[in-house]
Design a protein around this ligand. Structure first.
Ligand SMILES: NC(=O)c1ccc[n+]([C@@H]2O[C@H](COP(=O)([O-])OP(=O)(O)OC[C@H]3O[C@@H](n4cnc5c(N)ncnc54)[C@H](OP(=O)(O)O)[C@@H]3O)[C@@H](O)[C@H]2O)c1
Length: 327
């Protein structure tokens, strides 16, 4: 695989799904917002500039919460710092958002919540599995926004190599560059062969790959002796299954981390970077922000990459796939 020692080094961003989501992440506005503001400031002062959010981050009455929190945090920054950020949101192609103008209202609402600081708009998932005829229209609508200079960059998410090739060609005809594709990518991510095919294609086409859930929801940060109990039932269930199955790979992460005097999370993020991707870990404390940024200060050796790739091939543990991931 491309990662075998080919340590082409991308940057690191951060993700904000947990900033508003109650079901998976147990978000509580009264308890969490102060800590998230401090996390944001720490991430930026540690040099993390790429921020991923989505219009669907924030459940129920908290709809759009991740974007509104970010909008407020960004507004408080000096203008010179703001201009260095790449704020990327994802618009959900819900079945009721149809046609070329189907995402316009959602785009305007996101832009408003983000205080006008949106730089990249991304299609959150492919509609190939349930409404393939919608995809061209929705993509054309996003390309219109770029051509009208309402936003600078366009990305997509949860697409496979075949769909990506088609999307890239359609955008190229319009003279719009596809900046990034976002897929689940970690030492425990599913669909290794198709994901690798996508990575190879992106390298050939010069499209940045953003690795989402690079820590397998936090499993890859758990030391072999850890028995964490995450706050929500969904994560508890996932940890119960994945912790035993991922023990060999976590033992290797811990050994590399110990040898280098870094954290397991840093090793897992640098494995993503070594595969040519830009990881966007979910962070929600200043300590986690500093830890993610510290991974930028070093890189894995070829031998370490090789050992991790081998362990990954043998590992039984796999994260669930995104149901809307296309081929
Ligand atoms: N395009 C898509 O469909 C899609 C899907 C999923 C995610 N994403 C994006 O990708 C981002 C990241 O993925 P994710 O949030 O699903 O999962 P992740 O990055 O694999 O895991 C995040 C969790 O790992 C733990 N963690 C983070 N830093 C740590 C550290 N230094 N030490 C120990 N534990 C640490 C934290 O758990 P605790 O807070 O419990 O400690 C954190 O909440 C999301 O926020 C979102 O922006 C996109």
């Amino acid at each position: 695989m491309a990662g075998k020692g080919s340590c082409r080094l991308n940057s690191i961003g951060f993700g904000t799904w947990a900033w508003g989501n109650e079901f998976v992440w147990g978000y509580d506005p009264n308890r969490d917002d102060g800590r998230l503001a401090a996390t944001f400031r720490q991430a930026l002062s540690s040099g993390l500039n790429l921020i991923d959010t989505a219009d669907s981050y924030g459940t129920g009455r908290l709809n759009g919460r991740s974007e509104s929190l970010l909008g407020g945090f960004i507004e408080a920054l000096p203008a010179s710092r703001r201009s260095q950020l790449v704020v990327a949101t994802k618009l959900a192609p819900f079945p009721w958002r149809q046609g070329r103008r189907g995402l316009d209202r959602a785009f305007n609402a996101s832009q408003k919540r983000l205080g006008g600081y949106l730089k990249r708009v991304q299609l959150h998932w492919s509609t190939a599995r349930y409404a393939p005829w919608q995809e061209a229209a929705l993509l054309d609508g996003l390309a219109d926004l770029v051509q009208a200079q309402q936003v600078d960059e366009l990305g997509v998410s949860n697409v496979g190599a075949r769909r990506l090739l088609w999307m890239q060609a359609r955008l190229r005809e319009r003279g719009v560059k596809l900046s990034s594709v976002q897929i689940q990518w970690s030492l425990l991510s599913p669909g290794v062969a198709p994901a690798q095919e996508l990575l190879d294609l992106c390298q050939a086409l010069d499209i940045e790959v953003l690795a989402y859930s690079p820590l397998a929801f936090g499993v890859l940060g758990c030391t072999p002796g850890d028995t964490p109990r995450p706050s929500t039932w969904l994560r508890q269930r996932l940890f119960r299954r994945l912790l035993p199955e991922s023990l060999p790979i976590r033992q290797l992460l811990a050994a590399i981390a110990r040898e280098r005097g870094v954290s397991m999370v840093q090793v897992a993020l640098n494995w993503c970077r070594a595969t040519g991707t830009t990881p966007i870990p979910g962070i929600r404390s200043p300590r986690q922000a500093m830890d993610a940024a510290a991974a930028l200060t070093w890189q894995l050796s070829e031998a370490e990459c090789f050992a991790l790739n081998q362990a990954r091939e043998r590992c039984l543990a796999r994260m669930p796939s995104n149901p809307f991931q296309s081929r």
